[in-house]
Design a protein around this ligand. Structure first.
Ligand code: LFR
Length: 491
């Protein structure tokens, strides 16, 4: 299987070799995903993403000419619009673009926060597709658009010529009915959006078409090669590959964002859940990803970008080692403050946020990095506790998957903050979850998520990709005090 996994910072194509007794994953192509600001708008470079996907598939086929299937996942909410001939209209806009400013407030005022939540189950994030589309209302592009395709579906369309909409990612649009998992035509028309944009849905594991003849030639495939729908929302695929046993676990899919929550059979749609801004996103196999978006390592990635642009010589391993030597919990901020969402001068924003809260202002990259990681660990604690409480679910262990599982300091701080063991890994959970769903669709594996996770638990420890962090004894009070200082009511 080839797993194409597009993240907000980089994309990769992984070759996964899966059998009933083992899984192996090889990176065959990795490439930067650099957004482009054109005039006043921040865009994704989507043609480049397509070209790099083709290049990656070529590398995968060079190694395994018998490649059986391709699956694609990416970040959520963003989309391309097609006209009646299937041509792309305009260039997809980045979710960190400022065009939705003020829109959520208007939509909530018109439709009601409660109605939006009980219909879609989604947390209010300014970039939800609903708000992006409302912001685009009246533009020539939207007027001419026949079909909306989310990013992985758009790439899949270009590879196969077949347009479809995969349901886990569709659930992040805030236009899907959380109970029926179908488009909410009522909400679509109440928001003044054209119903024609929203096509038939497909489930993870369903076929998504075969590569077009010229694509087959470009990637060097000698025979038919199918694309299989996977959990095309990257977080849905990552949660598949959380190597947990039973259901008393929380997960943190930790990369640009920290997606913190639990897996449930049914959505939680209470007013308390809405006020806590918890989301009920569609997971693989009909599960609910009950979670909250925590701003994540974006704070550090963006700080690094700014420091480097100023000529500071900052390397991540040395910076994290220096941050580990800084005094803990000296200064904490709320990482979810919307001021941190857009690209820009993150160190300056963090300094301002500390000053405004009466916290000491961290000085220099090491202290700022420590402030970021302490603040993220506190936000992880709060989200894990709230998820457990709001969903009435006991949590014994926290799994950190994704790139953040490599960050030893963050994993240890999260264990300390939560007062729970943290199992870190796998780093490439998203690609693994993507590939596992393909393998099951091909009949190589069977069973539900428990069986897929069981396979990972048997395979991963030997590969050294899981590590457990125990909470440091005696630090509970310091974290409780910090949580109070940060204004978190979860104790
Ligand atoms: C993570 C992620 C989150 C989503 C954010 C924006 O990569 O997919 O789940 O909220 O990106 O799309």
């Amino acid at each position: 299987m080839a797993a194409v996994d597009l993240g907000a910072g980089s994309g990769r194509v992984m070759l996964a070799e899966i059998a009933a007794d083992g899984v192996s994953l090889t990176e065959v192509h990795r490439f930067p995903n650099d957004p482009v600001r054109l005039l006043d708008t921040l865009h994704w470079d989507v043609l480049r993403l397509y070209a790099e996907t083709v290049r990656g598939l070529r590398a995968a086929l060079a190694r395994r000419p018998d490649l059986a299937s391709v699956g694609i996942d990416s970040w959520a909410v963003d989309y391309g619009l097609l006209d009646t001939t299937g041509a792309l209209l305009g260039n997809p806009v980045h979710y960190r673009d400022g065009r939705t400013e003020g829109v959520p407030e208007r939509v909530v005022a018109a439709l009601g926060a409660d109605r939006l939540y009980t219909t879609t189950g989604l947390q209010l994030l300014p970039f939800n597709t609903l708000f992006q589309l409302v912001a685009a209302t009246g533009t020539p592009i939207l007027d001419r658009a026949e079909r909306l395709l989310l990013i992985p579906d758009l790439l899949s369309y270009w590879l196969t010529g077949v347009a479809g909409t995969e349901v886990t990612n569709a659930s992040t649009t805030q236009l899907l009915d959380v109970r029926t998992r179908r488009w909410s035509t009522e909400l679509i028309s109440a928001a003044g959006l054209p119903e024609r944009l929203f096509g038939p849905l497909r489930q993870p594991g369903e076929p998504a078409g075969d590569l077009r003849a010229e694509v087959r030639e470009a990637v060097g495939a000698t025979g038919p090669l199918p694309v299989t729908a996977v959990g095309s929302h990257d977080t849905a695929s990552a949660v598949v590959a959380v190597p947990a046993e039973g259901d008393r676990f929380a997960y943190i899919s930790c990369g640009t964002w920290s997606l913190v929550g639990v897996e449930l059979p049914e959505p939680v749609l209470s007013a308390e859940s809405r006020e806590a801004n918890f989301t009920n996103e569609a997971g693989v196999d009909g599960t609910v990803r009950y979670l909250r978006n925590v701003m994540g390592l974006w704070l550090l990635q963006e700080s690094l970008r700014v420091w480097r642009s100023r000529g500071y010589d900052v390397e991540l391993p040395a910076l994290l080692a220096a941050a580990a030597r800084e005094p803990g919990l000296a200064a904490v901020v709320d990482p979810d403050d919307p001021v941190f969402l857009p690209p820009g001068d993150m160190p300056a924003r963090l300094a301002r946020a500390c000053a405004e809260r009466g916290e000491p202002v961290p000085d220099g990259p090491a202290a700022i990095t420590r402030c970021i990681l302490d603040s993220l660990a506190l936000a992880h604690r709060s989200a894990v506790r709230q998820a457990g409480r709001l969903a009435d679910r006991s949590v014994d262990v926290v799994h950190i998957v994704g790139g953040g599982a490599r960050n030893e300091l963050l994993c240890q701080l999260t264990a300390d903050a939560c007062g729970l063991p943290v199992v870190a890994g796998p780093v490439e959970a998203t690609a693994l979850g993507n590939a596992l769903v393909q393998a099951r669709a091909l009949g190589v594996l069977d069973g539900g998520l428990a069986e897929l996770r069981g396979l990972l638990r048997r395979t991963l420890p030997g590969s050294g990709s899981l590590r457990t962090y125990q909470p440091t004894p005696g630090v509970e009070i310091a974290w409780r005090d910090a949580a109070e200082r940060a204004g978190r009511r979860d104790g």
